[in-house]
Design a protein around this ligand. Structure first.
Ligand code: IVH
Length: 698
């Protein structure tokens, strides 16, 4: 099918599904299927901007406008949320926020209520009107229906104008009863009932239905909240029902005052560090089972309103929040083979070969089976029908067997390496090939070395390397730099231009810094982070080798971030003859084996011997503790009060009495600009970089 036809067809299917879901309240596909369809359309449209159509379902936030209900414009943009399906993706999102605002970050996590979105508009202390989300800009007026929802206050204490976003829902118990007695079992689930009911044309019928609401965001016209928590408390104080679950995760210490506020406002609160987030996601999939109402995920939000503003939004969703959905898109297909892959470290991974099936925008023909235990647990074998899922960008996995084929027993795990036939060894959950000359391991190492994220030798892709390896032209990493690629001239697909490209990207790769070269080797346990630490601490490969030869783990475990296992792996790798010979060959080829001067990370303690007090507020250091941290990092002491000992006062806007006092004791007064100049001239590149980023925001 050509792209235009495909896009037209997808638009039709998405629109049809949306109508069935939003207007008729009778979904024709699962949420996951819908998401996958929508994402496929979005992706195709992005690839073909020439086929843009303002009426495509993707051009709207997802309209639920019902023509029979009056329409009205929203006074706030009613955005929806970006979504993810795994803790890994969640962490990537958190890291992105943290990279932008490294100082401190506070996140709230609340249940994502599986109901129907609504915006309540209050003015003068009274509910004026209520609108469905509609297309995000215009919604249907469902005021009369909403007024029948028992826990929505018609009057609130706050007298200004305020828009409140919430979710109309029905408890599972009420749903069953109502659906049986009044709905003639026409609603598939509580959400459809909530959505269908709140859009009824006769509000007397709505009154019979025990709908409820949870509110989660509010936008007063003349009031600014400092945090999401403050806005939740505001809603609660105005009698608007907020959910009792509230997770609060922060990268800094939490004050007693803040802790008390959370505990008082949310009976089911959880307070933790950012590192606790994955566990909380996991725990909530259990909590979910005992809730009286349906939730389809969690919503993670940045707490600080200033940060929210700086993060801003895309056309469809804010960058300060993301939905973590419990159920990843799934597809059903058949297993027609099981193969066992050998990784570059020798790990054997079973992979199911599948009847190709579309899932979340791509066609899948392979899915991981992880290890032998997983095969046993699934009971999977060739011929079975399975569900596969794709959680974010990770490799699709087989989730369950839905129907057994003719092989009743699970597939056998091989005893020997499928590449070199040596006996496999089990270590933990996985099997390993221990043969250091195993062809698949060697090829895997070459491909890893040249791959994206490592040396990034673009024109030497996996296929080319495989061909060169099979012809025994490139066997070990250093061959990449010594092979005469002109020998390929004339072979199919290898013209002059292509060969020149290969040479060029190989030359380019020689510019990679030492830490990248080191990580690209793919040595056991030595990934990007460990490589960076090694380079920071030893500066040259010779120094690393010298230390390793002493075979004393303490030489490495003394380094921050190095445990025993990693230390032992470094010793093993840098005393291994093959590794050492590769290093000397690659050195000769011109790769970098010492740290560049410019990424000299050794810190110059240019403030040592001085004593500082910090006062006032700063544009580039918020909170001002960030400035204090830098002062300490560069060797000075930071004191809280000015005294005769104080040598410097870092003085921001609205400094109080400390300025006078500092002057009187003869301390040097340094303003923000002077401090930044000092840092620019003396601080490590990473801090200067960070400062620059911070300043760009102002
Ligand atoms: S916040 C701009 N919080 O999920 C951020 N949404 O696609 C607005 N939802 O349209 C959404 N529970 O209808 C938020 N605790 C919660 C939520 C929630 C359910 C719904 C809402 C939104 C959709 C996200």
């Amino acid at each position: 099918m050509n792209a235009e036809k495909e896009i037209t067809e997808l638009r039709r299917r998405v629109a049809h599904a949306q109508r069935a879901y939003y207007v008729d309240a009778k979904p024709i596909m699962s949420d996951a299927e819908f998401d996958a369809l929508f994402d496929t359309l979005l992706k195709l449209e992005q690839e073909h901007p020439e086929l843009y159509d303002a009426n495509s379902p993707t051009a709207k936030v997802g309209s639920d406008i019902d023509n029979e209900l009056p329409e009205r414009e929203h006074s706030i943009p009613v955005l929806s949320l970006d979504k993810c399906y795994s803790a890994e993706e969640m962490l990537v999102w958190i890291k992105r926020v943290q990279d932008k605002f490294p100082a401190q970050i506070e996140l709230s996590i609340e249940p994502k209520i599986d109901g129907s979105g609504v915006v309540l508009y209050y003015d003068n202390g009274e509910l004026q009107y209520a609108l469905t989300r509609g297309n995000g800009y215009i919604g249907n007026d469902i005021t009369a229906n909403i007024k029948t929802v028992r826990n929505i206050p018609l009057k609130i204490g706050y007298k200004g104008k305020v828009a409140v976003r919430g979710e109309i829902y029905i408890t599972v118990k009420d749903f069953k009863e109502y659906n049986r007695n009044f709905g003639n079992n026409q609603y598939a689930n509580p959400r459809n009932l909530a959505s269908g009911c709140s859009r009824r044309l006769k509000s007397s019928e709505v009154a019979d239905c025990p709908l409820r609401i949870f509110v989660y965001e509010c936008f007063p016209e003349n009031r600014i909240f400092s945090s999401h928590l403050e806005s939740m408390i505001f809603m609660k104080e105005n009698g608007l029902p907020i959910n009792s679950y509230f997770g609060f995760f922060t990268s800094q210490n939490i004050s007693d005052e803040l802790r008390d506020k959370i505990i008082l406002s949310f009976p089911n609160n959880t307070i933790g560090s950012i590192g606790d987030v994955p566990n909380y996601l996991l725990r909530f999939s259990q909590i979910r089972k005992n809730l009286e109402y349906d939730i389809d995920g969690l919503v993670i939000k940045v707490n600080d309103m200033n940060l929210r503003e700086k993060l801003g939004m895309t056309e469809h969703h804010p960058r300060w929040a993301i939905a973590y959905k419990f159920d990843a898109p799934m597809a059903q297909t058949k297993v027609h083979g099981i193969t066992f892959q050998v990784g570059r470290g020798g790990r054997i991974t079973p992979v199911a070969l599948l009847e190709p099936v579309e899932l979340a925008g791509s066609v899948i023909s392979r899915a991981t089976l992880h290890n032998e235990d997983y095969i046993q647990m699934l009971g999977i074998n060739i011929g079975d029908t399975v569900h596969i899922s794709k959680r974010g960008d990770v490799i699709p996995a087989v989730e369950e067997v839905v129907e057994k084929g003719e092989n009743m027993k699970p597939a056998d795990f091989p005893a020997n390496c499928p590449s070199c036939a040596s006996l496999l060894v089990k270590d933990g959950a996985h099997h390993f090939c221990m043969n250091s000359k195993c062809p698949k391991k060697l090829l895997g190492r070459l491909q890893y070395f040249a791959g994206r994220g490592q040396m990034n030798i673009e024109s030497l892709g996996d296929k080319t390397l495989e061909m060169l390896f099979e012809q025994k032209l490139i066997v070990e990493i250093s061959d990449i730099y010594t092979f005469d690629y002109w020998k390929l001239l004339g072979q199919e697909g290898y013209g002059e231009k292509r060969i020149r490209n290969i040479f060029q990207s190989i030359e380019e790769s020689k510019k990679n810094p030492f830490s990248v070269v080191l990580a690209s080797f793919g040595l056991k346990d030595i990934g990007a982070k460990a490589a960076e630490i090694l380079v920071d601490n030893f500066r040259t490969v010779d120094a690393i080798i010298e230390a390793a030869q002493k075979k004393d783990v303490h030489l490495f475990t003394d380094i921050d971030g190095f445990g025993e296992t990693l230390a032992q792996s470094v010793i093993d790798s840098f005393t291994d003859e093959t590794v050492l010979s590769q290093i000397s060959k690659l050195k000769a080829a011109g790769l970098k084996f010492s740290a560049d001067e410019k990424d000299e990370r050794q810190i110059h303690l240019f403030l040592s011997g001085t004593r500082w007090v910090v006062t006032g507020s700063f544009a580039a250091f918020k909170p001002r503790e960030k400035a204090a941290e830098l002062i300490k990092k560069y060797g000075a002491e930071v004191l809280s009060a000015v005294s005769g000992k104080t040598t410097h006062l870092l003085c921001g806007e609205e400094a109080g009495s400390k300025l006078e006092k500092a002057r009187s004791v003869g301390a040097e007064i340094v303003d923000e600009q002077a401090f930044i100049k000092m840092l620019n001239e003396n601080a490590a590149a990473e801090d200067v970089e960070q400062l620059k980023k911070q300043q760009e925001l102002f």
